[in-house]
Design a protein around this ligand. Structure first.
Ligand code: AHR
Length: 334
């Protein structure tokens, strides 16, 4: 596998089409709906039902969205982070935006389920909803315009394929998951398990949430190592922060991360790539959070009443060596 392997996905045709449309609108071109950003001087109001503080990935993603939907671009973005990752606060914020009559809602859901009533409410008010990153379950595409995200199944498949190549004789492994009920957790398990499940030489010791955090990742792996006599060769951490915690626990057990126990993570944050460069992590699959440019063009297209693909996949890379990390770090945007 090359040092920095681009996953095969490219932006959806719709996004490319939207890109062309967006550039026209931004340059003051005619806009059929008259509601595009900057088209008629009036600002387009966007309600962003966000997750809020959760880690480096979330900070990069939400900053990028706020830096994209600016007044100069013709938007008033109302940023509404959840209170302590609480879905009820998100639903309350969502309802408020519908009642205020915003032009469009961006939603990054803290929980996959429980959105039908809110989405139906927005639909009745003819307010389009665009999902960012997180999906909803059941996935009723009639209730939203599109979901913009890297492909979690593809990203976790890349982790599993790396593990199979890295451990030709198999491994005892443990999975550190994000919080239960989050769509990306289910999708990452789906992609990973579909590959590893076919490998009889891989022994799943277990899986447990560490809630995306370094401290919980450390604590969980400390217990796993103790209860398995350190006979663990591989940790799949569903984000960088939990993987960094696993590395701490491995060192505290007198073992060497990257040698005695290898760790693969998802996200590709600066801290993750620095740990890969240092040898504490062994594989990092990027889950690219920087897609504000795609989002603004999709919003332009949605508000113009044009068709949009129900899913728009954001391009992501993989990093499988310290050299790959060192090459990427200097211009890393997050
Ligand atoms: O939904 C994306 C996930 O949420 C990221 O992988 C994780 O770091 C964030 O908290």
């Amino acid at each position: 596998m090359s040092a920095r392997t681009h996953l095969t996905r490219t932006l959806g045709i719709a996004a490319a089409g939207a890109l062309a449309l967006g550039l026209t609108a931004c340059s003051g071109g005619d806009d059929a709906s008259g509601t595009s950003g900057g088209g008629d001087g009036e600002l387009t109001t966007i309600g962003f039902v966000a997750v809020g503080p959760e880690g480096a990935w979330r900070e990069a993603n939400e900053n990028n969205i706020q830096e994209t939907f600016t007044k100069d671009a013709g938007y008033e973005l109302k940023f509404a982070p959840a209170a302590n990752l609480d879905q009820k606060s998100q639903i309350d914020n969502f309802t408020t935006f519908v009642d205020e009559g915003v032009d469009l809602i961006l939603l990054s859901a803290t929980e996959a389920t429980g959105w039908e009533e809110s989405l139906e409410y927005a639909k009745e008010a003819e307010i389009p909803v665009v999902l960012l990153d997180r999906g909803i379950e059941p996935d009723n595409t009639d209730l939203y315009v599109t979901r913009i995200a890297p492909d979690n199944v593809e990203v976790s498949t890349a982790v599993a394929e790396w593990a199979v190549s890295e451990f030709p004789d198999g491994a005892n492994y443990f999975t550190l998951e994000g919080p239960a009920g989050v769509s990306v957790v289910n999708e990452r398990n789906e992609g990973f398990d579909a590959v590893i499940g076919e490998e009889s030489s891989f022994n799943k010791i277990g899986a447990q949430t560490a809630n995306w955090t370094t401290e919980e990742g450390r604590s969980v792996v400390e217990t796993v190592l103790k209860s398995n006599g350190n006979d663990v060769q591989f940790i799949f951490a569903q984000n960088d922060e939990m993987g960094l915690g696993a590395a701490q626990a491995i060192e505290e057990a007198g073992l060497t991360p990257g040698e005695d126990v290898k760790i693969a993570t998802i996200d590709g944050t600066r801290a993750g790539l620095e740990a890969l460069a240092a040898g504490d992590l062994s594989f990092v699959a990027e889950y690219n959070p920087i897609f504000g440019d795609v989002a603004i063009d999709v919003v332009e297209k949605a508000l113009a009443g044009d068709d949009v693909e129900p899913s728009i996949v954001v391009d992501s890379a993989t990093f499988d060596s310290s050299e790959a990390a060192e090459t990427a770090l200097p211009d890393r945007a997050f």
